[in-house]
Design a binder for this molecule. Structure first.
Ligand code: ADP
Ligand code: MG
Length: 728
């Protein structure tokens, strides 16, 4: 056979696990390619070192002269590790990361050359960024963009390149990347949370948001994946009949990790160790050939960088092992998709996790304060959270009975629900000494015990409290965590600001004691935000109805969900917190709806091509075989031939029927695309692609998949689900 499918299958027969060398102790290599504190101590003067640390801890500006010292130290360190180039590494608004490499090498005249890397090159660069999406910002302002060093995320060496994490902004100040708003949101939540944490402990001076992501992915043999145009161009299969065996036995989840895959994981984890990404957990996932990787949680900005870096490294390591990584949220119909749970909490410079109950009633009141404020924030801004996780690919997952629905709700478990129910009964106004003692002993005081046996887990909730952190489960596997983290930290910052104001006004205006005031405000928050709490089955249809009654949003598609980003209320939130301006928000919206339309457009084109160029010609070839067969039978049996050729003739008809329907579907889809493309307004175009173009995909696919079942396996050109999913 000459098709790519059979060549690919033949290639996989000869695959052997690729050898991986591992150190005895991972801790020995951890962070050795990172310009971390240890490396900085060794390569920087004391003044330079302190200057970087100040920048990290309090956002202090780095003096230009000192920057020269830092860059020289950084360069010497990088060269000692074999680096020859440097790059400003950043996260543009689409795609994952971007980099442009420059050599340290510079000529000095007279045929001489040196390795040079000045402070200016460290601090600021102008990438050739005209092709990065900017939503019209740079046109509007006739401004160019530049990248600027983010000292809070350490430089690292990948391959032979020194990578310097940077933000990407226009000269007029607008953020053109995912990191800038994140850093601003993290600063907001730091300020707001620190003030509130001071109610409980005066020595708190900084609060960091923490993030522990869990990355799900599929690993498919490189040759097999490359044989599928849809996987290559759209990242998912646009057609393909279900395999006779899928994931129903759960045997992949419980089975051991195949050697080839295990070697890939070990290799990947080694790379992560060198880069200081603290990966810890690996396991099989529910679907065949699906896996998960999770690190120890870190400060949120660093964790976001590490996840972006990881996705890049995953691709590169996969190549060595003849695998392709699929990050798409739904690469295979009828098979579980992939997500990226974002575990989130707040942690003080005094080492306290603010979402972890403590050993004293006061510590627990602190816990309840942050816990309830987070719930209230999610209630107030649920649509913004939904918008932050919206993408064409994640639409396949949300609400598809395997992942959280498009409705945002909060799960806290029955025991914490009981605690909140008690708090709801707290007296309005000053509390009596008896009531306070009761509360402290019987309600607030009991929390650590409750959480010790927190076996109460609800896998169907998009936002669940899991003992000492919240877990946002609806983030897509392909997503950059920066967006959901920006939103979550921004809305909690906003909420904590309001809280502080309300508590202070009760203390001042009503002469309440601090804890009385806190109880009073929390009681109202519990009442206000009740509608967002849901403990039942989030996948059920009953919840959709109930959520509607409660007035919660259920934005099922990306264009619908993204609208929240540009609502008055949410623009105000970002402007008040100085996270983004209206211009930046609207530019982002434009980019996102544009990207959505482009993704659906690409899928439509690929589906049309594959159906017309692969499926239909193959079906015709097989039909010709059948016709030949029928003619042969006729020549033997004469007029009686129908007795023996009945099945074949039915097949011939059935094939013609499917071909006709595919052709019609494609023709109509192309018409719909043409209509959509004519729309000037990006948002309208996105809606048009969503509502008028996308619906053809299912219809076309249905008939292609039927043909896959009818046509001789030996000539079917597209690698089948059973081959993609069960080869390893
Ligand atoms: P599981 O939820 O599977 O029982 P863990 O409770 O250990 O496992 O945590 C799962 C994920 O949550 C891990 O990726 C971990 O890094 C992250 N995590 C744990 N604590 C925190 C925290 N305080 N802040 C952010 N992420 C956290
Ligand atoms: Mg999880």
């Amino acid at each position: 056979m000459s098709t790519l499918r059979f060549k690919a299958i033949a290639e996989t027969f000869n695959r052997k696990p690729v050898d991986v060398k591992e150190p005895n102790r991972r801790s020995e290599i951890f962070g050795s390619n990172v310009f971390n504190e240890a490396a900085m101590r060794q390569y920087l003067t004391k003044t330079s070192y302190n200057s970087v640390m100040d920048a990290i801890e309090s956002g202090a500006k780095i003096d230009r002269n000192i920057a020269d010292h830092i860059s020289t130290g950084m360069k010497e360190w990088a060269i000692s590790k074999g680096a020859t180039h440097y790059t400003h590494w950043f996260q543009p608004l689409t795609g994952s990361t971007a980099e442009k490499h420059d050599a340290f090498f510079e000529t000095t005249g007279g045929g001489q050359a040196i390795e040079k890397f000045g402070g200016g090159q460290l601090v600021q660069q102008e990438p050739d960024a005209s092709s990065f999406p900017n939503g019209g910002i740079r046109n509007t302002f006739e401004a160019r963009g530049y990248t600027a060093w983010d000292p809070t995320s350490p430089a690292f060496i990948y391959g032979t390149t020194l990578c310097i994490p940077t933000v990407f902004v226009a000269y007029t100040g607008e953020a053109l990347d995912n990191k800038t708003p994140l850093l601003r949101a993290l600063q907001s939540v730091d300020h707001a949370a620190t003030k509130v944490a001071k109610y409980f402990d005066k020595s708190v001076t900084k609060v960091n948001a923490t993030l522990g992501w869990e990355q799900e992915y599929f690993l498919i043999d490189k040759a097999l994946a490359s044989s599928r145009p849809d996987l290559m161009l759209a990242g998912r299969t646009l057609l393909g009949h279900a395999s006779a065996k899928g994931q129903q036995l759960d045997d992949h989840y419980f089975g051991s990790i195949p050697t080839r895959v295990l070697n890939y994981m070990r290799d990947l984890e080694n790379e992560c160790m060198l880069l200081g990404v603290p990966v810890k957990t690996r396991h099989n996932e529910v679907a065949p050939n699906q896996f998960e990787l999770a690190p120890i949680f870190e400060e949120a900005n660093l964790a976001v960088d590490h996840n972006s870096l990881l996705m890049d490294v995953m691709d590169k390591v996969a190549d060595r092992h003849n695998f392709m990584v699929l990050f798409h949220e739904k690469p295979f119909a009828g098979i579980n998709g992939s997500g990226k749970h974002n575990n989130w909490s707040l942690s003080t410079n005094t080492g306290v996790n603010l979402l972890s109950p403590g050993t004293t009633p006061m510590k627990n009141l602190q816990f309840l304060t942050f816990f309830i404020n987070t719930i209230k924030a999610v209630y107030e801004y649920e649509e913004l959270i939904r918008a932050a996780i919206a993408s064409a690919s994640n639409d396949h997952r949300l609400g598809a009975n395997e992942a959280p629905p498009a409705i945002i709700s909060v799960f806290i478990g029955s025991q914490l629900t009981a605690v909140l129910d008690e708090l709801e009964k707290v007296t309005d106004g000053k509390l009596s000494p008896q009531e306070k003692t009761d509360l402290k002993l019987n309600v607030v005081g009991k929390i650590p015990e409750i959480l010790l046996d927190n076996t109460d887990r609800n896998r169907t909730s998009p936002f669940a409290f899991t003992g000492n952190k919240f877990e946002l489960r609806a983030v897509g596997s392909m997503a950059n965590c920066a967006q959901p983290m920006t939103v979550l930290n921004a809305i909690v910052a906003r909420q904590l600001q309001d809280f502080k104001e309300e508590v202070d006004s009760l203390i001042k205006g009503k002469k309440m004691k601090k804890d009385d005031a806190i109880f009073n405000v929390l009681r109202e928050y519990i009442k206000d935000s009740k509608k967002i709490r849901f403990e039942g089955d989030g996948y059920g249809e009953a919840w959709e109805k109930e959520a509607k009654k409660r007035g919660l949003s259920n934005n099922k598609t990306t264009p619908e969900a993204l609208k929240a980003n540009v609502s008055k209320k949410n623009i105000k939130l970002y402007e008040d917190l100085e996270i983004m301006t209206k211009v930046e928000i609207e530019a982002r919206h434009e980019i996102q709806v544009d990207e959505y339309a482009m993704r659906i457009q690409i899928e439509g084109r690929v589906l049309g091509d594959v159906a017309r160029n692969h499926v239909i010609p193959t079906a015709i070839r097989y039909q010709n075989l059948l016709i030949e067969n029928v003619q042969g039978l006729k020549s033997i049996y004469g007029n009686d031939f129908k007795k023996v050729a009945g099945e074949q003739m039915q097949l011939v008809e059935s094939i013609s029927d499917h071909i006709a329907k595919i052709n019609q579907g494609i023709t109509d889809m192309i018409e719909a695309r043409k209509k959509a493309n004519k729309m000037e307004d990006s948002e309208k175009r996105a809606f048009e692609y969503c509502n008028e173009v996308k619906p053809y995909f299912e219809e076309i696919r249905y008939h292609c998949d039927k043909l896959e079942l009818l046509v001789d396996d030996e000539i079917w050109p597209l690698t089948k689900y059973r081959e993609l999913l069960f080869t390893r």
